[in-house]
Each structure stands twice: as C-alpha cells, then as structure tokens.
Design a binder for this molecule. Structure first.
Ligand code: NOJ
Length: 512
C-alpha cells in the first residue's frame, strides 16, 4: 500500500506564490503545471499543495467555504484535474491540503447552523445551548447568530470547529462521538476525500489532525476517528497516502497516518537545528544536536514500523531556513534533511535559499508567516518571473533585494545551493539505505560537539553520513572504514588511528 512513499521526496507549493499565468498577481494551477518539469528535474517526485478550495482567505485558504470547489483565483476543478494528470504523466504524486477541523464562518454549513430553527447543519459545529455558556478553556464565537449558543473555534475567530463530539461529554449539549451530528461530519469528510481522490489526487496533508474530538486529553477519540478513515481509505483507495500536521507520531501513526511531520514545537528540539540563536547547522559551531538526536532516536524506535516521521526544510508557518543559515551552512543542512529517514519535504524556494522577507504587512492572516510566503523567484525579469502583472499588483511583495536568489542564476552556477540539493536528492534516490524506510543509528551526536555522524542502512547497504557545519575541523572515535566515497562537500575527510576527522564546513557520504 502506498509503496510510492518509499522513495518519496516532497515539494511543498504555496499556490498563491508559485507562478502566476493570468497576470493577476497571484499564482494559479496553470502556473504549477508550467513548472512541474522544474520540480521533477530537481528530483522531487511528490507535491503537497496548500489549500486551494473556495475561501474568503482570512487564513490563506485554511478557512474553507466550499470543500468541493477549487478557488476561482487558482482555476476550475477541471484545471485542478488537469494538474493531477500532468503530475501523473511525470510519475509524480500530489497531496491536497485537507482541513477537517474547521471551516470558514462563510461556509454555507455554518450559515445554516447559525439559524434558530433546527436543520441539517444544526449539529455540524460544536455549539453550546446558550449564548451565555461556552466551553471552558476553548475559544468561541458568540452573539453573531439567531441561535442562542456559543460556537467553539479551532484557530482564528473566523474558523468555527466542526463537530466530532466530546470524548467525555460533561454538559447536555456536549455530544458524544457516536451522536448523529459527529457521525454526519465524518460521513461528509469521507465524501470530500472520495471526491478529490476520485478526481485524481493521491492523498492529503491533514491540517491540525489532532484537533477533532474535544476534551480528548490523550487523543484517544481523535485516534479512533483516524483509524476509521484509514480503514475507509485502505478499502476504497489503497494507494492513497495521508500525512498529518500533528507533530506527535506516537499518536498520529497509531491513528493510521502513513506519515507525520516533526514540527517546530513539542519536545523534539527541532528548532535547535535551524531556528534558534545558535543553530547546530550554523558555522559558528555553538549549537547542540544531542537533545534532538536523543528524542529522535526514541521516537524512531517506537514508530518506525508504523509509519514515517518526516522532517521538513520549513513550511508556510515557519521562518525560512535562510533566516538563520547562509551559504555552505544551507548546503550542510540539506545534506542532513535529505539523508534522514521518512520522506523529506522541501518548502518551495528553500532549494535556492529564498530569504525570509522582513517587515511585510500581514496578508491573508499570515502575520509573521507572511515573510516566508513571498513569490517564488524564477529569473531576472520583472517580479523575478513570477508574474507579468505590475509590481504593485503582487498579492505579497517580492523580496526586493538586488541579491535575491533566482532559479535561473543558480542553475547557471554549478557551485550553487540548487545544484547541491539536486545532487543530494539524486544520491538519495540511488541508495535505498538513504530513503524513507532505511534504518538509522547515531554514531556521534554529543552535547555541544561536532561532527554529527550516523549510519543509514537497508538490507546489505550501509552508508555513513558525516556532517560538520562548524568552522573548526572535528573528529570522533570510529573504526569504520571509509570504503567508498559516494558524495562529499568541502575538505578531505580522513580515517586514521581509530578516528574519523571531518574538516570545517564539510560533509561526506561513504559506503562502509
Ligand atoms: C495549520 C496551518 O499550517 C496553518 O497555516 C493554519 O493557519 C492553521 N493550521 C489553521 O488551519
């Protein structure tokens, strides 16, 4: 089932900002189709596209107004179907972004559910039975409906929570998971999935996947729902894949997700690597990998048989990788990202080191996130080739720096980040040990110390990965022979007298 995940390398596309073909200053499906060859040439064979459904875009489309209709700004359902076909023609796969926990306040279901009279949608959202009572500890909307009640929100105030019930209802209006309201929500969720899988998408990235059942402290209720969804997929769409935005593989993989992301919160120490004052991958060499490695190891041991733990280069919610790392630091960070178990996820533009654009006015509920969502920089033409509209019509301004990286310039420069990323993906694709399901053993991941060394393996193949982002050469005790060099960057790595020495700012991959 979904064996295509074994060598999947994902590219995340924020459709607003990828390529505009109708000159309205905003990206579209046809633009993505135009650039599929670029993604494929880079070596990525899967796409995750952020929400592309009808929406008022108060939260970049994570506020869906119609789950069955593509947002006209991107194109029609037929255009989207054509995108699926073009993806498949190139032997690639594509995941849509599914938002199961909440809708927009403008969704017809919510408008109906606000009415005083009982109707089909009265129980589609989580409402109390009096405007004067809310759910303790949760955000809510009230005073905006004919109906007397407060409605729970899932994220922003414009995102009312769909009703999947309460794990342990405490008040009469708190519905159990098996009540007709929650069951109808699940039936509709399956229909939405059926609809898009039927049109040709290959699965979903699931937004806030852990948020469904309320007052569900250990997530047991939510896990149960996802197990039901996975059973439904296995039966009707066995090749489909789902990845959760949950950030808790112990729970998400138990729920049947094929993959979960490490997120920059929780106990993973993920931020220690790239996004903190002294990131491990900085050349200053003051970072610490030990806590990350320790946590990852435990997580991997508990979960690697259940599904994939995926480490993204960044996403539309995080600051860009290039805010904290530059030049060779980025190359070494990618050597790590592209050689870990699980499917790698590259955020569009990270492969050329696109920067976090500071001080942008918030667009579509982006706030600080807006700086990571600026238009893709393709070439040296106006608007970096993203759009032919006048610069003032760009829905988010481009990085205005004359030094902004572009695909065209990096393709022409054999020493660019683009070429390193491409080579690292190609390396991964020619060695199953480096791919999603290969095993990992950390050989050297000590507190405040460099290098970072691990062994990836699959069947008889064993590959030693050595990374030293710091500005000083570093060695560790290791008697493994560096039998065959597969790929390297920077100075010459040596093995002598039971020690391996990795020069400053270098990395290497060796068959052992
Ligand atoms: C997570 C998404 O990644 C984020 O962009 C969005 O704002 C929230 N979920 C709410 O849906």
């Amino acid at each position: 089932m979904a064996q295509w995940l074994d060598n999947a390398v994902f590219y995340e596309i924020y459709p607003q900002s990828f390529k505009d073909t109708n000159s309205d200053g905003i990206g579209d499906f046809n633009g993505i189709i135009e650039k599929l060859d670029y993604i494929s040439e880079l070596g990525c064979n899967c796409i995750w596209m952020n929400p592309c459904f009808e929406s008022p875009f108060s939260d970049a489309g994570y506020d869906v107004a119609d789950y069955y209709k593509a947002a006209p700004r991107y194109g029609t359902n037929d255009d989207l179907k054509r995108l699926f076909e073009e993806v498949h023609k190139r032997n690639m796969h594509i995941l849509l972004d599914l938002v199961p926990g909440h809708t927009s306040v403008q969704h017809q279901w919510f408008l109906e559910s606000m009415k005083a009279g009982k109707n089909e949608y009265t129980d589609r959202y989580v409402w109390s039975d009096s405007v004067w009572e809310a759910v303790e500890g949760m955000g809510f909307l009230r005073g905006i409906s004919e109906r007397s009640g407060s409605c729970v929100i899932n994220f922003f105030s414009c995102q009312p929570a769909l009703n999947y019930g309460f794990y342990k209802p405490e008040r009469p209006w708190q519905q159990p998971m098996d009540a007709p309201g929650p069951r109808a929500t699940i039936a509709e969720l399956k229909n939405i999935m059926r609809f898009w899988l039927g049109l040709g998408c290959d699965g979903f990235r699931v937004d806030m996947a852990g948020s469904l059942v309320k007052k569900d402290e250990d997530s047991k209720g939510t896990i149960q729902i996802w197990q039901e969804i996975r059973a439904f997929l296995d039966k009707e769409f066995p090749e489909a894949a789902i990845i959760s935005e949950w950030g808790d593989p112990d729970k998400s993989l138990e729920g049947g997700f094929h993959m979960d992301f490490l997120l920059p919160f929780g106990a993973f120490h993920f931020n220690d690597l790239f996004r903190c004052e002294e990131p491990y991958f900085s050349g200053r060499g003051n970072g610490d990998i030990a806590a990350f490695a320790e946590n990852y190891k435990e997580l991997f041991e508990r979960n690697s048989r259940k599904g994939l733990i995926c480490i993204p280069s960044g996403n539309h919610d995080t600051v860009r990788l290039a805010k904290y790392l530059q030049g060779d630091e980025l190359k070494i960070a990618f050597a790590f990202l592209l050689s870990m178990p699980g499917a790698p996820f590259l955020y569009y533009g990270d492969e050329i080191g696109m920067r976090y654009v500071e001080n942008l006015t918030s667009v579509e509920g982006g706030y600080e996130r807006t700086g990571s969502r600026s238009p893709m920089q393709w070439d040296g033409t106006p608007n970096a080739g993203f759009s032919c509209a006048p610069a003032e019509d760009m829905y988010i301004p481009l990085d205005s720096s004359p030094e902004r990286p572009t695909v065209q310039a990096q393709m022409a420069d054999s020493g660019s980040l683009y070429h390193d990323v491409k080579a690292l993906i190609a390396l991964r694709q020619s060695h199953p040990a480096l791919q999603s399901k290969g095993d990992i053993e950390f050989l050297y991941a000590e507190s405040h110390s460099y290098p970072f060394a691990y062994l990836r393996s699959m069947a008889d193949e064993k590959i030693l990965v050595l990374l030293n982002p710091s500005g000083k050469s570093a060695s560790f005790d290791c008697t493994l022979p560096l039998s065959e060099k597969l790929h390297s960057f920077g100075g010459k790595i040596t093995a002598e007298n039971g020690k391996i020495n990795v020069p400053a700012g270098s990395f290497g991959f060796y068959r052992v």
